[in-house]
Design a protein around this ligand. Structure first.
Ligand SMILES: Nc1nc2c(ncn2[C@@H]2O[C@H](COP(=O)(O)OP(=O)(O)OP(=O)(O)O)[C@@H](O)[C@H]2O)c(=O)[nH]1
Ligand SMILES: [Mg+2]
Length: 447
């Protein structure tokens, strides 16, 4: 990159220090024009002041550090001016630098340059953003694992496995008289095993995305089943109004919490029933919307009442969604049993008393298992881009498999090379410009 970019790299606001950063071939000469002390050696902190080169007016005191290419974040010459953490002084200094020929950096441009200069691959670059945006400890750890190359390494492994299969196939093509053609079973075994590894990685997408972006969990059920009581119990404070009158909750009530390390938004909904009441009718529409937008539904039943038409209607409305079936009010004499619900839904029924706070731990565990299953300690993919490219790779391997034993070894190796190409797109070895732009535009300016 032949131009030099500049930006304020600390958040907009007031703080102890604020950093203005320059990257590019003229980083040193440009910053020197506004900084009093001579910046001679890289990686040395020079204390001095910033001045306006036109008026010679002194603006702020601070420290300048020079990172010489290629030993810097971007791989280019970088100068960091660590000044006081104000708004006006930093903007003023940035403008001075622009007056001296630097260009205002675009969003994520420092990290983009780091990627283009081979300082990190695309997954690691995206992980920088995920790390900055992490809202909970679990999302931080997923991002950190990606930043430190967990996913990148996994992809390299996959590529070398595929490469090994290619050499099995290509040996005989190159030396038809010296090498026996590859054994069909061996080829199939090898391809199946790579495919399995890729599919395992694809399977981490759902939880990876959920841990990173958070999950919406809607509490749904007929009026008076105890939805609001359950919401309050899960949040551990009284967020929603609870009363014995059916139709108490008329609007959706939402709250996000750090749920065992994952950002979870719990949404209490208005009980759905046939009604003439205008407000309740609007509430019902909101419930339908909440159902649609949720990732997981806690579908509540009242153990002290028989299953009703309203329950059946909600069963239809939530069909196709990921549901956890909850039987509430287990402390009362039963009219609906867990067995009965089990026959309908054919899955585990969680029995609780939201009022007495019984069975909640098990319910929380069940929710958590849906969000972050066992593989919690391994690597995750978190973007649609990664998932799509991996699926593409699987398709190519399947196509290659279909050519086995048909004397079409060249086609096999061609498909396998395509699979490697798809995987290469993820780490960015082959990434086209539009993809890069769409990724880095999600960053803030100065990163
Ligand atoms: N015995 C018993 N009562 C409960 C339990 N959970 C909730 N209740 C009672 O059931 C009534 C209704 O509870 P809510 O939490 O307001 O029910 P809801 O599903 O939010 O009702 P709507 O907002 O009207 O749809 C209240 O009187 C609660 O105290 C429970 O586990 N056991
Ligand atoms: Mg309610």
């Amino acid at each position: 990159m032949d131009d030099t970019i500049a930006a304020i790299s600390t958040p907009y606001g007031f703080g102890g220090i604020g950093v203005v950063r320059l990257s590019g071939p003229a980083a040193l000469s440009t910053s020197q024009k506004i900084f009093s002390k001579k910046i001679e050696k890289p990686r040395v902190a020079y204390f001095g002041y910033v001045f306006d080169p036109q008026t010679k007016e002194k603006i702020d005191t601070g420290i300048a550090i020079y990172f010489k290419a290629p030993h810097s974040y971007t791989g280019e010459d970088i100068v960091e001016l660590q000044l006081h953490g104000g708004v006006k002084n930093l903007e003023y200094v940035l403008n001075l630098l622009i007056g001296e020929g630097a260009r205002l950096a675009e969003r994520g441009e420092f990290t983009k340059r780091a990627f283009l200069n081979g300082k990190m691959d695309l997954i690691e670059a995206e992980a920088v953003l995920e790390l900055i945006n992490a809202k909970t400890e679990k999302s931080l750890k997923v991002a950190a694992k990606r930043l430190f190359g967990g996913v990148s390494e996994k992809l390299r492994e996959l590529k070398s496995q595929i490469l090994a299969v290619i050499s099995l196939v290509e040996g005989p093509i190159d030396f038809p008289f010296d090498v026996e053609p590859p054994d069909a079973d061996l080829l199939r075994d090898r391809m199946e095993s790579v495919k399995k590894s890729i599919k395992e990685l694809i399977a981490t997408y759902k939880s990876g995305k959920r841990i990173e972006e958070g999950v919406r969990v809607a509490i749904v059920g007929k009026p008076n089943v105890g939805k609001s009581t359950l919401l309050n119990a899960l949040l551990r404070f009284d967020r929603a109004i609870v009363s014995e009158i059916p139709g108490t909750t008329r609007d959706t009530v939402e709250e996000t919490i750090d749920f065992f390390g994952v950002p979870v938004r719990f949404i209490d909904t208005a009980g759905v029933r046939e009604t003439e009441d205008k407000v309740e009718q609007i509430g019902k529409e909101r419930t339908l919307k909440a159902i649609k937008e949720s990732d997981i539904i806690l579908f509540l039943f009242d153990a002290s009442e028989a299953i009703s038409e309203e329950d059946k209607q909600l069963e239809k409305l939530t069909e196709g969604k990921e549901r956890i079936i909850v039987l509430n009010k287990m402390d009362l004499p039963p009219k609906t049993s867990a067995e009965e619900l089990k026959r309908i839904f054919n899955e585990q029924i969680l029995q609780i008393s939201a009022l007495k706070k019984e069975g909640l731990e098990k319910l929380e565990k069940a929710i958590l298992e849906r969000i972050a299953p066992k593989e919690a300690e391994s690597v995750f993919i978190t973007t649609e881009r990664e998932k799509q490219n991996l699926e593409e790779a699987v398709k190519h391997i399947e196509k290659a498999e279909s050519f086995i034993g048909k004397g079409m070894d060249e086609l096999i190796s061609e498909e396998l090379k395509e699979a490697i190409f798809s995987i290469g797109l993820i780490s960015g070895e082959e990434a086209p410009q539009e993809i890069l732009n769409s990724i880095f535009s999600k960053f803030c300016i100065g990163k």
